[in-house]
Design a protein around this ligand. Structure first.
Ligand code: HAM
Length: 418
């Protein structure tokens, strides 16, 4: 048997229905904030990520699906969407046409991580990016959008953590403070963190190594390296969140795993998914346009992991919820009735009803069983007697009532059972 690629899941059945409801939430809430959908190719030139996310990050260093295509170009299956969005915004001059460009997306992404519950090699995100505004109100807009989407999906057990990593200058000062601190304990650091001490000391704070974590707990905090403008930006973000009634905690050690961030960073976390506790994250990424050759354009955004949202929903609600209802199951009982049923199917679908028909020529009993299995509201029966009389029987499956009506009135009779 040929199986799916490790870490890549098939989506079907009741889980798919729950995804559809989540996707409806993405559309409705994004539109309510004035965000427009964007879709970009699944492949990008490798340098979009190498330059955008940073060489020393786990994503670029260890996790990308990169290959040479037949022309010898280095291409990568996108591991995230922010760098591709900035690539297309630059290429299409978006911010010149629309000084605040608001975009949302939902798509599949690829990271070669060790698969486990909530962590896959192909996964999906919903996200939004607000391009063009340097102001804290843009940070708060995307945080509020993310929160409203999570609320609308119905997920309840989450908390919001925020931090500020300031400007490039604040980070340079913080970097020096970290190098000074961690150098004192270099022999106790993990091999990865020792390397990062030279290449990208901020990344040490993301280390999952237990001994590293103990040292990180006493490491200097970035707040003491923030300049006045960064401190004020962060204070504004906090008071606007307070004003909207959005609860959060400040996590002074959060720096996020990608190099393009500045100022506000945030994560939505949960305590109900074990080690894969981040259901989403984002932040301001003012440096990214310049990193990809697009000049100085400030921007902020976030992505939510859809698999993790869905796992949480299933855990909280004890299942995937109801399958969508089928309005009518058509049950013809003879060859002639099967022919006559075709026009009934056409009329029902034209009236906007969802219709399932028997395709296995089953007995009445097993057709009723099937109607219940597909969650049908009504069954329309036509046998030879009905055919001769030009009628059909319409049965309401919720209460068992059955009426005989002229074939031309089947749609009305179904609608009356609602
Ligand atoms: P990220 O923190 O790398 O940020 O990913 C965001 C979310 O995607 C995570 O919190 C998690 O829920 C989900 N996720 C990440 N990796 C996996 C995986 N292997 N399996 C399942 N879910 C996963 C970004 O991607 C940034 N682009 C966010 C952003 C947007 N920043 C600014 N704008």
């Amino acid at each position: 048997m040929i199986k799916a690629v490790r870490g890549m899941r098939d989506l079907f059945g009741p889980e798919m229905h729950a995804w559809h409801r989540a996707e409806d939430a993405f559309r409705v809430v994004s539109a309510a904030y004035g965000y427009e959908e964007i879709r970009t190719p699944v492949l990008e030139h490798t340098e979009v990520f190498a330059r955008g996310i940073g060489q020393e990050t786990d994503i670029v260093g260890k996790e990308m699906y990169t290959f040479e295509d037949r022309n010898g170009d280095s291409l990568t299956l996108r591991p995230e969407m922010t760098a591709p969005i900035v690539r297309t915004a630059i290429e299409n001059n978006m911010v010149r046409h629309s000084p605040v460009t608001r975009l949302w997306y939902t798509c599949q992404l690829f990271r070669h991580e060790r698969p486990q519950k909530g962590r896959y090699r192909q996964f999906h995100q919903y996200g939004a990016e607000c391009l063009g505004s340097p102001h804290p109100e843009a940070d708060v807009e995307v945080i509020a959008l993310a929160k409203d989407v999570i609320d609308r999906i119905g997920v309840k057990s989450w908390t919001l953590e925020i931090n500020s990593i300031g400007t490039a200058e604040s980070r340079a000062a913080y970097r020096d403070a970290l190098v000074e601190y961690f150098s004192r304990y270099e022999d106790r650091l993990s091999e990865d963190s020792r390397r990062r001490l030279r290449t990208n000391p901020l990344r040490i704070l993301d280390s999952k190594d237990e001994q590293d974590r103990a040292l990180i707990a006493d490491a200097p905090r970035i707040a003491s390296s923030l300049d006045a403008a960064s401190t004020e930006h962060f204070a504004m973000v906090r008071s606007m969140l307070d004003n909207q009634g959005i609860a959060y905690t400040v996590n002074p050690l959060m720096v996020r795993g990608l190099d393009y961030y500045s100022h506000t960073v945030f994560e939505f976390t949960t305590d109900r998914l074990g080690s894969q506790n981040a259901i989403g994250g984002g932040g301001r990424y003012d440096p990214l346009f310049a990193m990809l050759g697009g000049g100085a354009v400030p921007a902020v955004g976030f992505s939510l992991g859809i698999e993790r949202l869905m796992l949480l929903l299933e855990e909280e609600q004890g299942g995937w919820g109801e399958a969508p209802r089928v309005d009518v199951y058509l049950a013809p009982l003879s060859d002639a009735a099967r022919v006559a049923m075709q026009s009934v199917a056409v009329a029902c679908r034209a009236a906007g009803l969802t219709v399932v028909t028997d395709l296995l020529r089953r007995s009445v009993k097993s057709q009723f069983k099937e109607a219940n299995r597909v969650n049908a509201r009504t069954v329309v029966l036509i046998g030879d007697d009905e055919l001769a009389a030009g009628t059909a029987q319409v049965k309401d499956l919720s209460c068992g009532t059955q009426v005989t009506v002229p074939v031309a009135e089947v749609v009305r009779a179904i609608n009356e059972t609602v």
